[in-house]
Design a protein around this ligand. Sequence first.
Ligand SMILES: [Zn+2]
Length: 647
Amino acid sequence: MPPHNYTRRQFVSTAVGLGVSLASSHMFGAPGQNHRAGRLQARPKQVEDRIRWTARPFPLQQVRLLDGPCKEAMEVNRKWLLSLPNERLLHTFRLNVGLASSAEPLGGWEKPDCELRGHFAGGHVLSACALGYAATGDDELKSKADALTVELAKCQEKHQNGYLSAFPLELFDRLREGRRVWAPFYTYHKIMAGLLDTYLYCGNEQALDMAEKMAAWVGHYFQSVSDEHTQRILQTEFGGMQEALCNLYAATGRKQHLGLSTRFEKRMFFDPLAEHRDELKGIHANTHIPQVIGAARRYDLTGEDRYRDIASYFWEEVTTERAYCTGGTSNVEYWRTDPGKLASELGKETEECCCAYNMLKLTRHLFGWTADPRAMDYYERTLFNHRLGTQDAQGLKSYFLPLGSGYWKYYNSAWDSFWCCTGSGAEEFAKFADTIYFHDDQGVYVNLFIASELNWPEKGFRLRQETNFPEQEGTSLIVHAERPAQLALRVRVPWWANRAGTVKVNGEALPAFSSPSSYLVLDRNWKEGDRVEISLPMNLHVEPLPDDPTLQAVMYGPLVLAGRLGGNGLTQPLVYPGYDTAPGGDPIPVPAVANNSQDPAGWLEPAPDQKLAFRAVGQSENISLVPLYKLTGERYAVYWKVAGKTV
Ligand SMILES: [Zn+2]
């Protein structure tokens, strides 16, 4: 239930105390926890962001999802999280410090000999439970995070120097000495971030102390390491260490954390971005996107323009030159081509899911700085096409979202995968509510069409969004106001809304609308029961690849459509590959498309009596298409080879 008992005093004591920000602005502790607000005041002063936000998200606790595809997916994820026994999650942490554990070990990237062990079991799982608690108020999730924290603290205590990991220090020695090792700081970051989230969303003070101890160990590690040597260490993936240390600085006010965060600035990556040069070709995508989030977070906290430049240029370049129709980016985990060259990049391993997760995090900063509707256009595209459809009915997550025609979606196995994308997916599916609404002092931005209820206690204002979007081509907003409230409701008119939309207030059509990719501003004195109805008619349109206009994806409104190609030999190992992030198996041949119409989407028509279903006309084979996010358990095609009048 929404936190109606959240008084203004409590809001100020927690929200301002924690430094409201994009990265952590949805990270306030649970509303109504008076004991926590009191304890917070005893800490050193927290740091507020230095920059002036154009728009800020509401705390996650103030938005509740209502029935719809996002809530359904969140619920699947919640049950899956709760099905993971803490004893098994803690197993390798305990073994690492000589504590007894008889639990059955996890497999995959959590196997007792895997060099990434702990990334999920002591990291992502904490973040996901904490986010899930904030988004739903589910005490079981909070209890799980709190219980894990208590046991992880015992492991950290054994180390005596602040170090906390499921693998020994020897991996960090190898990193410092330039010997082969997977990604120790990447894993360390996940645990620090998990503890920070447990503090920020669950109000767990012990978790904050633990994160600070972990940071102290990092400071010690770098004590006798030169800058040049540091840059060599940063050649190995280190996740969001900079962001986590910035967030720790914001939460504690201790400057040493901000100072330490600069250790994690990889100059050969940042310098070209600061000079607006795309030198991304040949680098590993998800190693680097979190570094840009770190830059963005640093800009929030310090106002140093260099970091905003880095983040803004990177975001533009990736979203316009290196993203597919789904919003996803990367192929075989890398950017392998020059800007705008994607035709060679369609395969089984396009679009790592962590990349989409991290690009969405970055987009929240960009939008907060600018309120640019293009940022939310990108967010919607990626959320509906690349995130929603990458979890199966049991809560298992995808690693890649294949865009090579004739492939299929595959997911982590229950116990023998625990990939990076399992972890980022667990977080993603817990926080769908965090971007639907932003605000400034004058009003609310309605960014996404997701059934939900916003509570804004400072203004005595609640907004209920009722919609079956995307099955419904529009949305309704119902005002609940304790007293009349003068506010601007800014409703995003998406990029794809090029057929005239309409808006009604209390049943009366307004004469004006807004153009695609803008915000429709309704500024008035809102009263209890006021109702806004927005209609956003969708249409079929195509998205060719920039470097080969004969390769085209079809979209309906914001939705990428996938041609259904049937099960065609798919087996359990092909759909749940286990340790490996992609299964074996080959694509099946996919027919080319002939389009003899002047309309680029003229080879398609709506299927009778079915929502969001289409069929091909005038082709040699029958092809039916559905939204990519809805399709699972069969092969598909997104990009078609098209010949005809419009190519
Ligand atoms: Zn991943």
